[in-house]
Design a binder for this molecule. Sequence first.
Ligand SMILES: [Fe+2]
Ligand SMILES: [Fe+2]
Length: 470
Amino acid sequence: MSSIDYAEKIPNNVNIAGDRTLQRALEHWQPHFLQWWHEMGPSDFESADVYLRTAISVDAQGWAHYGAVHMPDYRWGIFLADAVADRRIGFGDRMGDPAWQQVPGEYRSTLRRLIVTQGDTEPASVEQQRLLGHSCPSLYDLRNLFQINVEEGRHLWAMVYLLHAYFGRDGREEAEELLARHSGDRDKPRILTTFNEPISDWLSLYCFTYFTDRDGKYQLKSFAESAFDPLSRTCRFMLTEEAHHMFVGETGIGRVVKRTLEVMKELGSDDPARIRAHGAIDLPTLQKYLNFWCSSSLDLFGSEISSNSAANFASGLKGRPDETQYDDHNLRNASFKILIPEGEQDVPMLNALNEVMRESYLKDCEIGLKRWNRQIERAGFDLRLTLPSSRFRRSIGAWAGLPVDPQGRLISKELFGKSLEDWIPSEADRAFVHSLMKKVVQPGKMAAWIAPPERGINNLPVEYEYVKLH
Ligand SMILES: [Fe+2]
Ligand SMILES: [Fe+2]
């Protein structure tokens, strides 16, 4: 089951060849995807040999194969985690029933919307990152960017497979639309705001992969619990790929911090102007980037109080990440305290699940912060990086549009307006960060604003020529 058939036009482990209609539909979509990749994927670099990993099986041990690939020849395919025998629904009102192998009619449109919304983020991020290759800080980083890009392309395939296989004509139409919307497009933007934000520098890329890919992890984890078994199996395998994306974010920010601390020690100063003059990114500027991307990603969890989240849980469509860690899987009698501008409210737990998820997400985000702060502490500096409050700069939910500072305090509109550029990157900050973004492509060399990684990819040295440019 877990071996992948690479003799097929579309590599897969779901026996597409056994369903001619599905196979034809997907083979029809394939050239559209490749055209999209050509137009909206990484700009240039199509002829470069990139040291990429490709899935060759979906079992826990050694699913990845590494080798030099031209990105347009990457074998994007459809890989589902192995079926769990006699899998049962693990939460909600139908807990204990057999998991669904088909979409129940009453949940068809809701499930389709959930899958489309998830699917839309995958190509969106490729589009957001398409110009970054031209300013890579090293070949190692360039390779990681492209690895993420091809895997987000594969995640699009994962969602398109579900749409084609289980949603008939509507699903096929949605699959076309996934290629027609574009990040930041005035007329046809991507569905979620964060995925329309430009990512035009590498500091933003590391923040995006740290915060936004981590939101992706939480969404995928909650779908991995779904009663709709094909969705669960699809997302379980996607999670194994997603881990690398967050690794790029966490180690990327860690390397920026490391380099900045070296410069601070050299100068014996934490003066941002002097650090900048030395070609490194001062920590207050990094803090602003963290504030921006963290707050933007927090909106992706939705409103604090949500009847959709209640319905999706009760019906078994979407569980909590790591559902088995909880005792109560029904939640009909549970409640949760939520702070809204009017004060603390007791909310039925089912309606508070977005907030439950957002809180556990923020806890997960803290792990990197602790690591970076330990680096700063060891270097002997007082400054500490922090996460903004989940009420800061929200566009969705009870705190949407309210003037809240990064500590979560409601302040005057005037003070908020005046202070915002101290909290998120100003035009000048962005211009400075952009000024550092110069392409470095000699094997083993790093841009001056970032420290080298501790190790290379797949046990290769950092100096390995991860991308051979032609
Ligand atoms: Fe993804
Ligand atoms: Fe990702």
